[in-house]
Design a protein around this ligand. Structure first.
Ligand code: BT5
Length: 245
């Protein structure tokens, strides 16, 4: 476990060291302050030194990149496990957000590097720990933000939170390595914040409306639309609540 005062992005740092030096055992990198935090699809992850946990965990699993369907969702379940231990019961928004009361508490960014013996994964997680007006101003997006303190969290020492997240990730990803996503779908669906809700998706620039029906055994999102059930796997999908017309 390494803790640094400031860096651009803990995900970028672990990816760079994997590419330069290969995999050197499971590594947890925590930054007190992150200046260029990344979300999915080129989006920004906002954080402040006072209020946020920004960390990444690198580990290797014996599966090729082509057999990683659902891995991000499993990381979401692991993050929920860790937060359960701090008294926060989070819900999941496909594919990679943790919500409490419809507000975004944490986001996960999973990146993969092929290795001779499988795939090295860098699992980045940003968690809002304390309420912070500066942070709220920096969050531009569809969902309002919340934080562990507001959600009633206990024992919110950041290094302890980070270590708990890494242990939960290691445990869940070991199970994923053996059995893939198929053993996780019902558990994920029980945590799904959008289950049976009217949603609108942006799929490669095209808007699709329907009712969200959870995920299948490969982690694909199922949506009932006017033209039947559709399955979304692409990374380029944004999910939004849809208000009744
Ligand atoms: C994510 O992306 O939610 C993944 C965030 C992962 C961040 C961690 S921090 C450690 C590691 N190092 C990195 O560089 N990244 C990882 P996405 O689903 O694309 O969500 C991004 C969107 O969330 C933004 O466009 C905003 O709308 C919103 N957002 C940004 N910062 C937020 C915050 N602190 N709280 C709530 N929402 C936020």
């Amino acid at each position: 476990m390494h803790v640094v005062a400031t860096t651009g992005s803990t995900n970028s740092d672990l990816l760079a060291s994997l590419r330069a030096d290969g995999f050197d055992g499971p590594t947890l990198l925590v930054a007190d302050r992150q200046t260029a935090g990344r979300g999915r699809l080129g989006r920004v992850w906002a954080s402040t030194a006072r209020a946020s946990l920004t960390a990444s965990f690198a580990l290797c699993i014996a599966r090729p990149i082509a057999a990683l369907e659902g891995v991000t969702l499993v990381c979401g379940l692991a993050a929920c496990d860790a937060l359960d231990g701090h008294g926060v019961d989070a819900r999941l928004k496909w594919p990679n957000d943790l919500l409490v009361d419809g507000r975004k508490l944490a986001g996960i960014l999973v990146e993969a590097v092929p290795m001779a013996s499988g795939t090295a994964l860098v699992v980045g997680i940003g968690v809002n720990v304390e309420p912070d007006d500066v942070l709220i101003e920096r969050v531009v997006g569809a969902l309002p933000a919340t934080d562990l303190r507001t959600a009633g969290g206990r024992s919110l020492v950041r290094n302890r939170l980070a270590a708990g997240l890494a242990l939960a990730l290691q445990r869940r990803l070991t199970a994923f390595e053996a059995g893939g996503f198929a053993t996780f779908d019902s558990e994920w669906n029980r945590r799904d914040a959008f289950r049976d809700k009217a949603v609108s998706l942006l799929d490669a620039g095209k808007r699709v409306a329907g009712v969200e029906r959870g995920v299948d055994d490969l982690g694909a999102l199922l949506v009932d639309t006017a033209s039947g059930r559709r399955r979304f796997v692409s990374g380029d999908v944004s999910l939004r609540f849809r208000h009744a017309p």
